[in-house]
Design a binder for this molecule. Sequence first.
Ligand code: ZN
Length: 340
Amino acid sequence: MPRADLTPENVLANTKTPKLRWEQGEKGRIVALAQQPYFEWVHRLEKQQLAGGEPVFETKKTRKEEEYEAPKMEWVSSPICSGDNEVLQKSGIDPDNCKVCAASRTHPEDIRGPQRRWALTVFQYNCAPGSNKPAVPFSGKLVVWNFNDKKFNELVDIVEDFGPLREHDISIVCTNGQYQNVEMQALPNAIWAQDEASKTFVTTMWKEQQFSDSVLRDTCGRTVEDRFLVEDIEGVIARADHVRKFEAMKSGNPQADTLLESAGTADVASALDDLLGSAGSSDAEPPPSVELEEPSTQEEEASASSEAEASSPAPSPVVEEPPAPTGEKISVASLDDLLD
Ligand SMILES: [Zn+2]
C-alpha cells in the first residue's frame, strides 16, 4: 500500500448511516425533527433456503404464541421500485416501469409487489439506563428511523392527536428486538426545546449532520442495475420452481417424474433420491401452509435485510442517483420559528 497524507481528501466517505436500532426490552426517547419523512417503494426479493437441495423450514410463533412451520427464507436484495408513485398507490405494482413489478405480475407467488419504506431523521436522546428519562448532561444523536406503513399510520395518529412531532418527544419500548417492534407513546413536551442549551445542541446538530435525501434513499433500499436485477429475479423464480418440484415429488404427485426431469440440477435429483430412499413418497406429510398468521413485517424485513446486507459477499452494485424530490428541507430557522 502507498502512504497517505493526513488530509481531509484521504478520508474515506462514511457509508455507514447511523440508524435507530433497539434491543429487546430497551426503553428510549426520540423526537422526530424532520416533519416529512422520506419514502421509497421497495421490493424485497427472497428465496427459500436449501440444505443439500432440500427446502428448509423453521418454527415461528404467531402473535398468540402458537408455533408453526414456515419456509426459512434468505434475503436476495431490496431493490427500489422504479414504478410511478401514482400507479403504485393505485395498483400496487407498475409492470410498465419496473422489472420487478413485471415479474410480480407473472409470478405473484414468488415475487411480491413493493411496499413503502420510510426514512425519518430523529434525535435519539441519551437516556439513563433502563429508562426513557434523558441522561444528564443532555446529549444524544441524529439517526435515521426506517419503518413501514403501519408505523407511518401510527405517527399520523400522533400528529392528529398532539400536533407536530418535533414538539412532542416519543417514548419507546422495544417489544421485539429481532423484528424491531416498538410501542410508541407521545409525550406532552419535547425536552430538547425546553431550554436554550439543549435547543442549541440539537439545532446545531441538525444543521451540521442532517441526512441528505440520497442518504435517506439508501436506507430504504438499493438501486440495482437492470442486469443484476434480472439475475436476482430469475434466481428467485428458479428457486421457487425447485421447491415446488421437490414438494410435488415428496407428496407423490404423479407428475413428479416429469417435474424432476425438467428440474435439471444434481442437487434436486440427489435430494429427492435421499428423500424417496428413506421416507418413501406416498405417506410423506404435505408441506405446511405458509398462509398462517406470520409476524413478518417490514420491520422484520429491515432487520433481516440489514443483516443479510452485512454478511452478503457480493450485493448487487449500487448506482447513485439524484434523490426524488419528496419534500422540502426544513431549515434551522424554521425549527426556531416553530419553537421560539
Ligand atoms: Zn416495482
